[in-house]
Design a protein around this ligand. Structure first.
Ligand SMILES: Nc1ncnc2c1ncn2[C@@H]1O[C@H](COP(=O)(O)OP(=O)(O)OP(=O)(O)O)[C@@H](O)[C@H]1O
Length: 284
């Protein structure tokens, strides 16, 4: 067997979950892969949460339509959970899939608030028990953590001790999630924020993935949580935003949004523009 055949087989065997748009699925090689952790990284308001909300609804579709016939667990780390938006997307999902057998798709999304990294570590064995004992027609196959960065924003100082404690928590959380993902065939998605990089500097001097530099809203940015966390995720997708200026009536500004593959074991570099509408997130 040649190495490239092996890679081809792994790629074919990994089930993917549609993100709810054929153009975006194509850019992502079929959707969000199971058995691994995918990170969405972007500045505030770019659409990370919109992607995740759409994913947990579309995961309910059968595999013949790109889904996993699955329920999802949405762990939110910032208050409040966007329930109204989930309901709005759910209505759009229902009208585009009138034959979907579930009357209320929101009922297949379990929502849990977790507000510290230690709480998340404590939640992992409970999620494992739930996965072991769940006998649902729609088994839990998607876990979203929105956002992982928020768990590490406070409570940690810039001392050696705290940095070690932080890295150790990264590895505990990512190790636990990866093990669950592999054992139960889960698609795990985590969102991460960005920090501004000082113009002229080269960040931490380490290039991670296909894109040398990341720009959003005209600013050079880098994923929050740094290199230790970058090594914890399998795939990283970067969502960027570029404002085109104010509308004619001056009421609001239009944003062009783009999703790009920074690194992924199963994908070359690719990218797609996308828009967010009342009905959801769509590539174009
Ligand atoms: N009902 C809606 N109709 C159209 N666009 C919407 C709607 N709700 C949200 N949006 C768009 O989604 C954007 C917010 O996206 P989202 O909350 O996913 O950002 P985010 O990247 O998760 O930000 P944060 O890091 O602050 O959570 C809004 O700026 C708006 O453009």
């Amino acid at each position: 067997m040649q190495p490239e055949n092996l890679l081809h087989q792994i790629h074919l065997r990994t089930q993917k979950c549609t993100v709810g748009c054929p153009l975006l699925d194509r850019c992502l090689g079929g959707g969000i892969p199971c058995n691994s952790i995918t990170e969405l990284v972007a500045e505030n308001g770019t659409g990370k949460t919109q992607f995740c909300l759409q994913l947990v609804l579309y995961a309910q579709l059968p595999p013949s339509r790109g889904g996993l016939s699955a329920s999802s667990l949405y762990i939110h780390t910032e208050f409040p959970f966007p329930l109204r938006r989930l309901r709005q997307l759910s209505r759009a999902f229902r009208s585009s899939h009138p034959d979907h057998p579930v009357a209320d798709p929101c009922g297949r999304v379990f929502v849990q608030g977790v507000y510290t990294a230690d709480e998340l570590v404590d939640a992992l064995p409970k999620i494992e028990l739930f996965l072991i004992h769940s006998k649902s027609r729609f088994p839990l196959r998607v876990i979203v953590i929105d956002s992982i960065a928020a768990l590490f924003r406070s409570d940690f100082d810039n001392t050696g001790l705290d940095l070690r404690r932080r890295s150790s928590l990264f590895f505990k959380i990512a190790g636990g999630l990866k093990s669950l993902a592999k054992r139960f065939g889960l698609a795990v998605v985590v969102t991460n924020q960005v920090v501004d990089l000082i113009e002229g500097g080269n960040g931490n001097g380490v290039r991670v993935g296909n894109l040398g530099v990341l720009y959003s809203s005209g600013r050079r940015v880098a994923p929050a949580l740094g290199l230790a966390w970058a090594n914890c995720v399998n795939s990283r997708l970067f969502l960027s935003r570029h404002d085109d200026g104010a509308d004619v009536d001056g009421s609001c500004s239009k944003s062009r949004r783009r999703i790009s593959v920074v690194f992924a074991p199963h994908l070359p570099h690719s990218s797609s523009e996308f828009v967010i509408t009342t009905e959801g997130v769509f590539g174009r």
